[in-house]
Design a binder for this molecule. Structure first.
Ligand code: SF4
Length: 189
């Protein structure tokens, strides 16, 4: 099975604790005002990646920590589940996933997939609700720690104020991470 991807990057330092690999899925229908990832909205852009190949790509990196964001990962729910199973079977033990859906909706529709995830950041981005929580885009979003073994580590970032961004060059300059509201920048320039 294939999954449509916008970007894969290792090392990633700004979306989740420690050094991680980041996977940005392609396609998002939410159209949040002020979204810095508008280049991930079109579900026909990006590249198709075999799930098995993607798991191998993750394993080539020197980390067991993965961040999956987008785009909206749950808009490719079947492929997402297959990817998560592959990652789990390969020993990945810290999976942070960003979604624009609410936690309640995901519990109702995708409980089987939630069981494969360690930490969620959920909810639409709302540009008029700034937050000090370094891994949230706006204050209405919710961080849900599903794996209690990771609770202390993730909670230690809750009020960290030195929000950082990461600049990479991948056929164009990308800025990774979550800028503070009021300092919006284009993610790809
Ligand atoms: S859910 Fe995320 S990627 Fe989709 S429009 Fe909202 S902020 Fe952008």
């Amino acid at each position: 099975m294939d999954i449509r991807i916008n970007l894969i990057h290792y090392p990633l330092y700004v979306l989740g604790p420690n050094k991680r690999i980041g996977i940005w899925t392609q396609g998002c229908s939410f159209e949040c005002k002020g979204c810095i990832s508008q280049h991930t909205w079109d579900k026909d852009e990006g590249v198709l990646y075999g799930v098995e190949a993607l798991v191998k790509e993750v394993l080539k990196s020197n980390t067991k920590r993965v961040t999956i964001t987008g785009g909206e990962p749950f808009e490719q729910a079947v492929a997402l589940k297959e990817l998560l199973i592959g990652l789990r079977d390969s020993g990945i033990d810290d999976i942070l996933l960003y979604s624009g859906f609410s936690y309640r909706y995901l519990q109702q529709k995708f409980q089987d997939i939630l069981e494969l995830i360690d930490v969620l950041v959920v909810g639409r981005f709302e540009i008029d609700k700034p937050t000090e929580f370094v891994y949230k885009g706006s204050d209405n979003q919710e961080m849900v720690i599903l794996n209690q073994n990771l609770k202390e580590e993730y909670m230690s970032y809750k009020k960290k104020r030195d929000r950082e961004l990461q600049v990479i060059n991948r056929n164009g300059i990308f800025v990774l991470g979550i800028p503070k509201i009021g300092r919006q920048i284009d993610e790809k320039v």
